[in-house]
Design a protein around this ligand. Sequence first.
Ligand SMILES: [Zn+2]
Length: 339
Amino acid sequence: MSKIRTTEEICLLCKINKSDKKGSHYTPAGITKRVIGERDKEELYTICSHEAETSTYYGRSNLSNKDPEIRKPPHVDDYIFCTECEKRLGIIESECNNPLIVLTDALAAGKLTISKTKNGNKYYSFSSPNRNIIIIYFYSIIWRQCLQQELEIGSVFISKVFQEQLREIIHTEISKPIMEIEKSKDFENYPPLIILTTYHKGDSTTNFITPHPTPSNPQLFFIGTYINLIKHSEQASVDFETKTGFPSTLLEKDLVINFWHEGLIGIVNEGVWNNVITKLAKLETEKFLHNMATRLSIAKRLPYEDSRWQLHLCAENLKSKYPNNYVKCLQLSLEHLLR
Ligand SMILES: [Zn+2]
């Protein structure tokens, strides 16, 4: 359960002003609204642990579903930032939100010129929005997703030291005029970032808004139609591929936006994207099922395996009613079995 913050606390970004701003987004609505609103056949799977009582996971999927419970925005909080920081974040967001949506649309429509790195990875390069603005935009979302995790479940994904480093970079940069951020030479020395997207052509593409629950280096952050890979310490994960589902050949210098002279976004095919998404979904569904089975087993004094089996059977029966929402089936099953 997240702690309720007040206006009397200090802004978590500048650490100077009082946190007087209401309705701050952890992940900007501008980057996810297209996914949720217009591509009604896609699924948006939000991991929102604070909503579940005892589980560490709360999933909502299939937003085309008319269930009001599913449509409640889960990425907003009051009194985390001050008005000034919120305004400055808004300036960066207004530079990036729309162009990034236009870009994925153009990619899907086959309107972009795609190049290849030496390793054969596909990418798209662009001059607007400016490279540094894009980097600071995604840093701010990565940092805010970490903050959300910390406030909501108290867990820290990447080290406190790294989070603080990111906070300082974001605060320093967004305090400058746009022109000055654009001209800065510091970005080559900031944490290496790889931004990935896919074609998003069919209705089979699923997107998440969350840090990847498995720690890795680089760490994955799901930002709607984009996935960010940020290097947060020296030693890269040797088992990166097993952990994430992404081929380790993606981890090449040529895809790191910081080392490129302009904007750079790596493109993976839908198969690779879905592989990563499916891996995460399975992992989370398993955690969710485990937590529910534990709850049922305690409440009904049943052996754990029996509880798990009952939940599974009950959820299977509901599958035809909620075909794309297994988590919902599990939740309804638990409610039913606890009666
Ligand atoms: Zn502030």
